[in-house]
Design a protein around this ligand. Structure first.
Ligand SMILES: *[C@@H]1O[C@H](CO)[C@@H](O)[C@H](O)[C@H]1NC(C)=O
Ligand SMILES: *[C@@H]1O[C@H](CO)[C@@H](O)[C@H](O)[C@H]1NC(C)=O
Ligand SMILES: *[C@@H]1O[C@H](CO)[C@@H](O)[C@H](O)[C@H]1NC(C)=O
Ligand SMILES: *[C@@H]1O[C@H](CO)[C@@H](O)[C@H](O)[C@H]1NC(C)=O
Ligand SMILES: *[C@@H]1O[C@H](CO)[C@@H](O)[C@H](O)[C@H]1NC(C)=O
Ligand SMILES: *[C@@H]1O[C@H](CO)[C@@H](O)[C@H](O)[C@H]1NC(C)=O
Ligand SMILES: *[C@@H]1O[C@H](CO)[C@@H](O)[C@H](O)[C@H]1NC(C)=O
Ligand SMILES: *[C@@H]1O[C@H](CO)[C@@H](O)[C@H](O)[C@H]1NC(C)=O
Ligand SMILES: *[C@@H]1O[C@H](CO)[C@@H](O)[C@H](O)[C@H]1NC(C)=O
Ligand SMILES: [Zn+2]
Ligand SMILES: [Zn+2]
Length: 613
């Protein structure tokens, strides 16, 4: 790309975020991504178990195609980028040829929303349209649609028009349709990709594949998600599963436990009691494995390219009824892991094709100006590895430093004492020590929440509101299964991921933590036989997160009138609580005004520019 073009792309972005510097001299553009691990990484210690049929699984990559680039533990363990992954897949394909076995590559959806590579597109663009071109270069056998492909119609349309055709019938959306105009301009509802795929493996094995999503209800207008229980009664579905393949390959965006997979599994088992069934799930961002019977295995492979899943199966004679031999492994995606398992070294690992993907992604980061440095974070700030309000909690940083600083910029009310309350759901990923870049702004808090305020609230009342919201947040997190089901249907899965971290943490007491040499990472205990993690780790510490957090209350008397500032996300709850803690005034939306036009997705950058430079 020419310099002129790059500059205009940069300027377009500056207009979009209204936060670019006028003096480039104060900010360096660090174009150099770490291409090779900068810390020594330990190799795995046991080879993968290969079978007749082997599958490499990715899921919920959410734009993390450049890998995790920070130096704080455990990030380097996930430092492999998609070019490295592409080279790995090539080498594994060659190994499969040598062993004369099948090797398939599958993905369970959620390609969008998570990093600047997907979300940092210029004005007028579409989330992940550019990044997905690199994904489509990998030899995926089957990919399935995720809920993050369905929140915005333009994204679903892009998947339908640009992405699905590149997969040649292997982008599956068994229960998801999109409405588009037909050639006469009349709306028609059709599958986003294909409903199913039937194909033969290199070894000539017949495969029937489906791509199913959970009962998602947060999808945009003109997209349709059919309930799984309705899908399995459809005529097309019954026809597709009627013929017996050598194995069924079910890939879908749905947790492998406590969800609707058994409906699909049972529908197939009713017709084919012993045909092998492989299930690859996703969406809840955890590592998990379960066997619905002895001739089937279900695998879920984490999130954010922090995990690459491996599954192998030995087949027996058609008509056999005994248990099949399976294995599964959760790999930490980095070059050392990839090199070790594909029997390569640092100098024989890269393929021209892998390098071209890495280079292409790096160029995309330059085009999106993702390496722009706002400032330098002095330490790690994590969402759940530190207790709130410790100073290394990201929630503390947001509530007590980022918001007070960012909201005061160009604000005529900055001199009025205030209490700022924020919903902690507006954080997505940890902030680590070192350069805080535009990409980090996208990963940490990409949301478009903004701040409202009510003037002249007595400080005592504002503090009572905070106390009440904190209490409510606590009880709400503990009970209310109904609310949880509602959140699940809308695709909010953070509570499931966090519960997994919590179980992991509480299973390892401090004593064992201290005597182990292992590095931090996931410690999976699932329902499948044997050890799943490729590399033993010590679990990440876990602390539960409050639903609400606030700036330090101003040092004023209870009857001093202050600004009560809050995130627009919970305006109705705030008004209810405010009217509950006092009866002097009936507050309504008419008392609420915009405090600042700055969106939360720009605030960390503004803060870093002001305080971390
Ligand atoms: C994970 O990364 C850390 C650096 O944070 C490194 O010391 C360690 O060796 C890595 N672990 C493995 C198993 O590769
Ligand atoms: C849905 O798509 C049809 C056909 O393109 C269009 O006429 C209609 O306005 C769309 N509906 C909504 C709510 O966007
Ligand atoms: C999906 O599209 C197919 C093909 O047009 C149509 O037959 C089916 O009724 C649609 N399903 C839903 C749930 O809208
Ligand atoms: C076969 O596998 C099932 C499911 O994993 C298990 O419950 C059962 O005990 C196994 N049977 C034998 C004979 O190993
Ligand atoms: C791997 O090769 C690259 C490129 O030659 C080099 O910069 C890097 O230091 C090497 N790393 C190791 C661990 O040998
Ligand atoms: C954070 O707290 C620790 C322990 O209380 C202290 O040593 C450290 O200086 C604090 N860091 C900052 C940036 O305030
Ligand atoms: C604050 O106002 C100044 C002067 O109008 C402007 O240059 C700057 O971009 C504004 N800052 C923010 C963060 O809006
Ligand atoms: C821990 O690591 C050190 C340094 O590599 C090694 O000398 C020691 O034997 C290890 N301890 C255990 C319990 O594995
Ligand atoms: C408060 O105002 C709202 C909106 O005008 C009204 O619906 C409600 O009845 C009022 N409540 C009280 C207690 O006056
Ligand atoms: Zn996801
Ligand atoms: Zn999802």
């Amino acid at each position: 790309m020419s310099r002129g073009l790059r500059l205009s792309a940069l300027l377009a972005l500056c207009v979009a975020v209204a936060a670019c510097p006028d003096d480039e001299g104060h900010h360096h553009h660090d174009m150099q991504r770490r291409e090779y691990p900068q810390v020594p990484l330990a190799p795995p210690t046991r080879p993968l178990q290969w079978g007749d049929v082997n599958v490499i699984h990715t899921t919920d990559s959410h734009g993390w195609l450049l890998g995790h680039q920070k130096l704080s533990e455990p990030e380097p363990n996930y430092s492999g980028d998609f070019g490295d992954f592409a080279s790995f897949v090539s080498h594994m394909k060659r190994l499969a040829l040598e062993k004369d076995v099948d090797l398939l590559l599958v993905d369970s959806g959620d390609l969008h929303d998570g990093t600047g590579i997907s979300d940092g597109f210029p004005v007028g663009g579409i989330d992940a349209h550019d990044a997905n071109k690199f994904i489509a270069e990998l030899p995926y056998d089957v990919m399935a649609i995720g809920n993050h492909e369905l929140y915005i119609y333009a994204i679903t349309l892009d998947m339908h028009q640009s992405f699905a055709p590149k997969l040649n019938g292997r982008y599956l959306s068994s229960n998801v349709n999109i409405t588009v105009p037909d050639k006469h301009g009349n709306p028609v509802s059709i599958p986003v990709g294909d409903r199913y795929a039937k194909f033969k493996t290199r070894k000539g094995r017949k495969v029937t594949s489906l791509g199913v999503i959970f009962d998602f209800t947060g999808n945009d207008k003109n997209t349709t998600v059919q309930k799984v229980e309705d899908m399995v009664t459809e005529t097309w579905f019954k026809e597709v599963i009627e013929e017996e393949p050598d194995f069924f390959l079910l890939v879908g965006h749905m947790a492998i436990q406590k969800n609707k997979w058994p409906l699909v599994f049972n529908a197939i088992r009713a017709v084919h009691p012993t045909t092998p069934i492989l299930i690859f799930g996703g969406h809840t961002h955890i590592r998990d494995c379960v066997q619905l019977d002895g001739r089937s295995m279900s695998l879920e492979s984490g999130r954010y390219m922090e995990t690459v899943g491996w599954l192998s199966m030995d087949l027996d004679k058609r008509g056999s009824t005994g248990n099949l031999t399976f294995s599964r492994r959760y790999l930490d995606p980095n070059r050392v892991t990839y090199e070790w398992h594909s029997k390569r070294n640092n100098f024989t690992f890269d393929t021209a094709y892998g390098r071209s993907i890495t280079k292409g992604l790096e160029q995309l980061a330059v085009n999106y100006d993702l390496n722009f440095v706002y400032g330098t974070a002095p330490q790690d700030y994590t969402i759940s590895r530190a207790p709130y309000p410790a100073n290394n909690s990201l929630i503390t940083l947001l509530a007590k430093q980022v918001l007070p600083v960012a909201l005061a910029i160009n604000n005529t009310r900055a001199d009025v004492p205030n209490l700022i309350i924020v919903n902690t759901g507006s954080l997505r990923f940890d902030v680590f020590a070192g350069a805080f870049t535009k990409n980090d702004q996208f990963t940490s808090s990409p949301f478009t929440n903004y701040f409202l305020y009510i003037p002249d609230v007595p400080a005592g009342v504002a503090n009572a509101v905070l106390a009440e919201l904190t209490k409510e947040g606590e009880t709400r997190r503990r009970r209310d299964l109904e609310l949880e089901a509602q959140r699940d249907a809308h695709g909010d899965v953070d509570h499931i991921y966090r519960a997994w971290l919590e179980r992991m943490d509480s299973a390892h007491d401090a004593e064992r933590r201290g005597t182990q040499n292992n590095t931090l990472g996931y410690v999976t205990s699932d329902a499948c036989p044997g050890v799943g993690d490729d590399i033993p780790h010590t679990p990440l510490p876990f602390y539960s997160t409050p639903s609400y957090a606030a700036s330090d209350p101003p040092a004023v008397s209870d009857d001093t009138l202050i600004d009560l500032v809050f995130d627009n996300f919970f305006e109705p709850q705030l008004l209810t609580v405010l009217n509950g803690v006092q009866s002097d005034k009936n507050y309504t939306t008419a008392d609420v005004a915009t405090y600042s036009p700055t969106l939360i997705n720009a605030m960390f950058g503004q803060f870093a520019q002001a305080k971390w430079n």
